[in-house]
Structure formats: structure tokens, C-alpha cells
Design a protein around this ligand. Structure first.
Ligand code: NAD
Length: 419
């Protein structure tokens, strides 16, 4: 069991402990629910452009298969290790179950800084990783998707590599592909769109009018950028944004369209403007109505949680809030409406599920249909979480995770334990 040790896995384990206690889960059931079914580690050698050979470590963790195939993103980042990947796989399980999707959670990744690779090296590494994973994945076993450091292009390489080995095109092996190669309309925007849709639901609950409201977004990749654009489209003034290269803050509002164009050209925020540059260390604690951490895990610890001055914390990233911070936020429940990650960023996996369904049927939907069904799923989950939190007098995270864990528990109980 100790192969998963590390701060991110420890966080997922502690969160699970809280839920298991809350729902009175018998002790002898806990390890079966928490620990992943499989963990795969591979070495991925590639030719570098300078003629040398480099080897990168890759991982895939499949948490449980009790509700269907596993599903989860692939992360290319320097921080990736088996513990982080396992924690992300576990969160995916609760997220999929909460949304009512027929999946267990999975996650994968490679310990690499993708920005340090040339496009050719990135393609070689993506293809080699997928090739190493072929014995362990499949459209009805484990379906990959993008995450930090990967994108539609990487998914297209994954799909192509898998298809070449099968001797036929298998679009349903990954989601988050380009629309031209079997992807679905609305997937790229789905996570950020879902984050903002739910932030608006929370705003309704606390009587906050979006026009005139302010927001800060940490992370300006897939989730952060779309969230910022959607917030601006709904009349919210985005006053702060950041990525790993720069941080901008202007209480009068930032030009989100111009920032988007800058990132399209330069890939990062750096170089946009020196006039509005700010200290990234204090961005999260600036006063605003809606705060969207959309970069990485564990950015809100207990100290930061005490200093937060937002009214809605919409968790776009996975695991941005530590269990210690949760204790602080529990005391601040009347001040800050926390939309927990497994609910808030579920839009991505929901539309990934739609993509998988469309690929299996070879029947593609219009974007209106995708968005209508997305909001339907998110609204149902939001209603369930808020009702459960009220009933049990617990934080929204506890309610959301309890619903997810109970669904997996019920599937395991009814299917039984083999042999
Ligand atoms: P991405 O790689 O597209 O973007 C990540 C962004 O975070 C980049 O702008 C990067 O510069 C920024 N960042 C990295 N370190 C930072 C730091 N220290 N401070 C500020 N910004 C920093 O990744 P993404 O797909 O947008 O994922 C972001 C988060 O959302 C991750 O936690 C991911 O697991 C989660 N998530 C993503 C999806 C999805 O569909 N892409 C779905 C659900 C959850």
C-alpha cells in the first residue's frame, strides 16, 4: 500500500477518511474502496533531437471497475508521481459517481516538463506512452483524456497510435480529441463552462448579481482561460488572472479577450503587460466575489483559507484545497460558498462521456445538445449536493464526496467480492 505515499495521496486518503467516518463505513470495507485496483509504471524512451536517448517515467492508475470502464486524464508535468496520479484517480471515481456516469476513476501521466520538449519529441513521447499502455487500456477497460500539460493534439496522437496497433480506427479509446478526428463539439470548453455554470448557480443561492460581481482566476490553461472567458461573457468583471509565468491584477477589470489572444500566440501570459503585473503569492487572497483556482492542487492551505476574501470558491482545479483548509472553510460556511472540485470541474468528464457515447454510436450531436445535457447533469448533481449538505449539516465537499463514495460502495456491495 505504501507505493502511493506522498502529500497528494495523503490528502485524498484523509478526505476519504472523513467521508468514511461520516457515512459510518465499516472498517473492513475502507481499504477496498480507497486503494486503486491497478497501478502501472512504464519507462518511455525517446530519441531526442540532438541524437541522444532519454527515458521518461509514465504512470496509469485505475481506481475501480465496479461501475464500468475507468476514465481519466493524462498529465504531463514535472510533479507527476505515482501518489499524485493515484490521488487524482480516486477523485475521478467520486466525481464520475456523483455525476451518475458509468465509470470508475483513472489517471495517468508522465514526469516531464512538456515545454522543454520540441514538438517532435512531444509526439514521440506521447506515442511511446500510449504504446506502452496498450495492454492495459481499451474503450471498455480504460479511456484516457487530457489534463495538465496535454491537449487535443496529444489525444489525437494517442488515438492514432492505439488505432495503428489495432489495425482500425478506434476513436473511442480517448476523449478530448479534435472534432475533426472523432471529438465532440463543446469538449474543449466543457470544464470551464461547467465551472462558471455552477458558480452562477451558487451566485443565485447567495443573492449575488453576476453583473457587477468580480472574479479572480488562477491558471490560464484549458480550465482557467475558458472560465475567465465565460465569466466575462456573463458580465462578471475579471480582476485577476495568473499562470506559471505571470500574474495580473487590476481592480477595474482585465481585458480577457486580449489576454486570450496573447495566450493563443505566445502560449503563456508572460509579456502581456507590465502595468498590471501583480504578486502571485497574494492573488488568491485579494477581495473578489468569485475565486476560481484552476491550476494545480494544494494551493489553498489553512493559512490562505483564513485570508480568503471571496464569496464563492469555485474549484476548477483538482484538489486545490487541503484538508486543513477545509476545516477553516467549514467554520466559514456562512461567508464562503465552496463548490468542491468533484462537482465544480465535472463538466470535463461529463462531456468526455458524451464524446465516448457518440464515438461508440458514430452519431454526433450539435453543440446545443451537448450543452443542454451538460447543464442537466450538473444541475442534478448540484441539487443533490446542496440538499445532502442541508440534510446532514455538512460542508458541500463532504456532501459531494459522500454521494460519490456511497454509489461506489453500493456497486461493490451488490456485485460482491470474487471469489
Ligand atoms: P493546462 O495545462 O491547460 O493549464 C494549467 C494552467 O495552470 C497553465 O496556465 C499553467 O501556466 C498554470 N499554472 C501552473 N502552475 C501554476 C502556478 N504555480 N501558479 C499559477 N498558475 C499555474 O491544464 P488544465 O487542463 O487547465 O488543468 C488545470 C487544472 O484543472 C488541473 O488541476 C486539472 O487536473 C483540472 N481539470 C482539468 C480538466 C480538463 O478538462 N482539462 C477537467 C477537470 C479538472
Amino acid at each position: 500500500m505504501s507505493i502511493y505515499t506522498g502529500p497528494v495521496f495523503e490528502m485524498a486518503r484523509r478526505q476519504f477518511q472523513v467521508i468514511a467516518d461520516h457515512i459510518d463505513m465499516p472498517e473492513d470495507e475502507r481499504d477496498r474502496l480507497l486503494y486503486p485496483k491497478r497501478a502501472i509504471t512504464v519507462s518511455c524512451p525517446i530519441h531526442r533531437d540532438d541524437g541522444t536517448t532519454a527515458v521518461f517515467q509514465g504512470y496509469r492508475v485505475q481506481h475501480h471497475l465496479s461501475l464500468g470502464p475507468t476514465k481519466g486524464g493524462t498529465r504531463f508535468s514535472k510533479s507527476v508521481d505515482i501518489g499524485e496520479v493515484a490521488a487524482l484517480a480516486i477523485w475521478m471515481s467520486w466525481k464520475c459517481a456523483l455525476a451518475g456516469l458509468p465509470y470508475g476513476g483513472a489517471k495517468g501521466g508522465i514526469t516531464v516538463d512538456p515545454a522543454a520538449l520540441s514538438p517532435r519529441e512531444l509526439e514521440a513521447l506521447s506515442r511511446r506512452y500510449m504504446q506502452e499502455m496498450i495492454p492495459f487500456v481499451g474503450p471498455h477497460t480504460d479511456v484516457m483524456a487530457p489534463d495538465m500539460g496535454t491537449n487535443e493534439q496529444v489525444m489525437a496522437w494517442f488515438m492514432d497510435t492505439y488505432s495503428v496497433y489495432q489495425g482500425k480506427t478506434v476513436t473511442e479509446i480517448v476523449t478530448g480529441k479534435p472534432v475533426a478526428t472523432g471529438g465532440t463539439v463543446g469538449r474543449r470548453e466543457a470544464t470551464g463552462r461547467g465551472v462558471v455554470h455552477l458558480a452562477m448557480r451558487a451566485a443565485e443561492r447567495i443573492g449575488l448579481n453576476p453583473s457587477g460581481a468580480t472574479a479572480i482566476v488562477q491558471g490560464f490553461g484549458n480550465v482557467g482561460l475558458v472560465s475567465a472567458m465565460e465569466l466575462a461573457a456573463r458580465g462578471v468583471t475579471v480582476i485577476g488572472v495568473s499562470d506559471h509565468t505571470a500574474c495580473f491584477y487590476d481592480p477595474l477589470g482585465l481585458p480577457i479577450d486580449a489576454l486570450n489572444r496573447h495566450v493563443e500566440t505566445h502560449r503563456v501570459l508572460a509579456g502581456f503587460s507590465t502595468q498590471v503585473a501583480a504578486d502571485p503569492a497574494t492573488l488568491l487572497t485579494q477581495p473578489c466575489d468569485i475565486l476560481v483556482p484552476a491550476a494545480m492542487e494544494r494551493v489553498i492551505d489553512a493559512v490562505t483559507a483564513r485570508k480568503l476574501r471571496c464569496r464563492i470558491l469555485a474549484e476548477g482545479a483538482n484538489g486545490p484545497t487541503t484538508p486543513e483548509a477545509d476545516e477553516v472553510l467549514d467554520d466559514r460556511r456562512d461567508e464562503i460558498f465552496v463548490i468542491p472540485d468533484i462537482l465544480c470541474n465535472a463538466g470535463g468528464v461529463v462531456v468526455s462521456y458524451f464524446e465516448w457515447v457518440q464515438d461508440l454510436q458514430q452519431l454526433f450531436w450539435e453543440e446545443d445538445e451537448v450543452n443542454r445535457r451538460l447543464t442537466q447533469v450538473l444541475d442534478r448533481a448540484f441539487g443533490q449536493v446542496t440538499a445532502r449538505a442541508r440534510r446532514d449539516d455538512v460542508a458541500y465537499r463532504t456532501a459531494a464526496m459522500a454521494i460519490g463514495v456511497e454509489k461506489v460502495q453500493a456497486a461493490k456491495r451488490t456485485r460482491g467480492l470474487f471469489p
